[in-house]
Design a binder for this molecule. Structure first.
Ligand code: SF4
Length: 65
């Protein structure tokens, strides 16, 4: 089972917090001003969890698939 980090594009307000906390995983799309998850596999480490906890609108989640 793999885990996938997801940013809800409807919830994200583009505050740029998650890219600052965890730039290896998150980046701000300069067209939409929403955070996106960079391509590739990302372990759910402390930085990811900190970004999830810091998101002011709870837009980041981890899905199992
Ligand atoms: S912390 Fe939340 S609201 Fe801010 S850019 Fe990241 S996903 Fe969007």
């Amino acid at each position: 089972m793999t885990k996938k980090i997801v940013v809800d594009q409807n919830k994200c307000i583009g505050c740029n917090t998650c890219p600052l906390i965890c730039p290896k995983v998150f980046e701000l799309d300069t067209n939409t001003y929403k955070a996106t998850v960079k391509p590739g596999e990302h372990p759910i480490d402390e930085d990811v969890n900190n970004a999830i906890g810091a998101c002011p609108v709870g837009a980041i989640s981890v899905e199992e698939n």
